[in-house]
Design a protein around this ligand. Sequence first.
Ligand SMILES: [Zn+2]
Ligand SMILES: [Zn+2]
Length: 163
Amino acid sequence: MLSYKERFKYFLKERNLKYTPERKEIIEAIVKLQKHFDAEDIYKQLRKQKSNVSLATIYRTIPLLIDSGLIIETLHCRDKVLYERIYNKKHHDHLVCINCGKIIEFYNGEVEKLQDEICRKYQFVATEHRLGIKGYCKECQDKLNIKNNNSKEKNKRDIKHDS
Ligand SMILES: [Zn+2]
Ligand SMILES: [Zn+2]
């Protein structure tokens, strides 16, 4: 198994692209970041590394990182696009709190199996899947006084903000 740096270098070579100092610094930042991160987090990490890579360069490099199979766009939450490293990582799905931004990761064999069955039924070959459930975490339910009834009537649920 190649390291993130080696994998990225190899990918760029295959595409006849240069392993520029900027690209090197970005991949070095990526491996140091927390689990789920956005472009701003990459930028902040680069500043910590005393790198001058601009946010525009980061945005231009992200598609390359995705194409190389190193990171994936995990989810959109509160106007943010979050990414995470997937190279050499186990698959998992996410629960996202739309109030505080907390992300809970889970893996459920039954869910995975069910998805395989659905693909089989439609003679579909899956290359990836992403399951993201948005809602409110336990703490935010209490804070916002949201009843956890998990009913079909969730659209009618009234959310009371206490102020
Ligand atoms: Zn929350
Ligand atoms: Zn994750």
